[in-house]
Write a protein that binds this ligand. Structure first.
Ligand code: ZN
Length: 261
């Protein structure tokens, strides 16, 4: 006799409205369903993608949930207009989170000051609407932790998406009562993230793909998609020496709790 254990997973960060999926989006979504992905949370980028994101959510309202925000790499000279659009959307309806926001000091430092201003405004939106904030940090994790810590009045909730920092940084984030979003990087040889995760319990860990980016091993370098979340949960279970079903249950429960799904 054999049984099939039902495993539910939530991909808490995927850009599945991206043109990378235009050719096979429905097949991709059905592969995700086959792997037990019950929900997918979509981070907003900027006005060039809001419409496609909301359209996909409308098509699959139970499965695909939108966030709203302005990505730090999209903070340019028109950031005031972009933020007005974001705030207008929040006036009209509710979203699962504010994001993605944060600081990106890797690609371009031209709008560093504006990135801070926009991140701060989005933290205030999250507090105002009582929803989590989804933080992108690249070459800026300490700066992001600092801004979160200044704003943590006991009510700020959120996640450091695609976390790949040190044990100390992980502990600082957990102490601030925020979560760590763990994805394909965990499967990369030499990422060192496995050793970090070994030192943490799973209380504040949620899973994500960041599709179409950062595909896990064995698809590293290829287009990522939600069904590949299974490689992340497998690796997580391996690192924590627990059953895959247990790692899935804990991280899915965490995601449900954080995003009130
Ligand atoms: Zn993202």
């Amino acid at each position: 006799m054999s049984f099939v254990l039902i495993m539910n997973l939530i991909d808490t960060h995927c850009h599945i409205y991206s043109p990378e999926f235009d050719a096979d989006r429905s097949a991709m979504l059905s592969r995700a369903g086959d792997e037990g992905i019950i929900k997918m949370l979509m981070p907003a980028i900027d006005v060039s993608t809001h419409v496609q994101m909301l359209k996909l959510e409308k098509e699959f309202p139970q499965k695909c949930k939108s966030m709203m925000g302005l990505h730090p790499c999209s903070v340019k000279e028109n950031f005031q207009e972009e933020m007005e659009v974001v705030e207008q959307y929040f006036n009209e309806r509710s979203f699962v989170a504010v994001g993605e926001t944060g600081l990106d000091f890797y690609w371009d430092l031209t709008y560093k000051k504006e990135q801070y201003e926009v991140f701060q405004r989005q933290i205030e939106l999250a507090l105002h609407y009582d929803i989590p904030i989804v933080i992108h940090s690249r070459n800026s994790i300490e700066e992001c932790i600092e801004l979160v810590s200044k704003n943590q009045n006991g009510n700020l909730k959120g996640v450091f998406h695609c976390f790949s920092g040190s044990v100390l940084q992980a502990k600082k984030i957990i102490d601030l009562d925020l979560y760590l979003g763990i994805g394909g990087v965990l499967t990369f040889k030499k990422s060192g993230l496995d050793a970090v995760i070994e030192n943490l319990n799973l209380e504040k860990i949620i899973l994500e793909t960041d599709a179409p980016y950062l595909a896990p091993v064995p698809f590293r370098g290829k287009r990522n998609e939600c069904s590949y979340l299974k490689y992340v949960v497998e690796k997580l279970a391996d690192v924590k020496k627990m059953a895959i079903e247990e790692a899935a249950l804990i991280t899915t429960t965490n995601a449900n709790e954080l995003f009130k799904l």
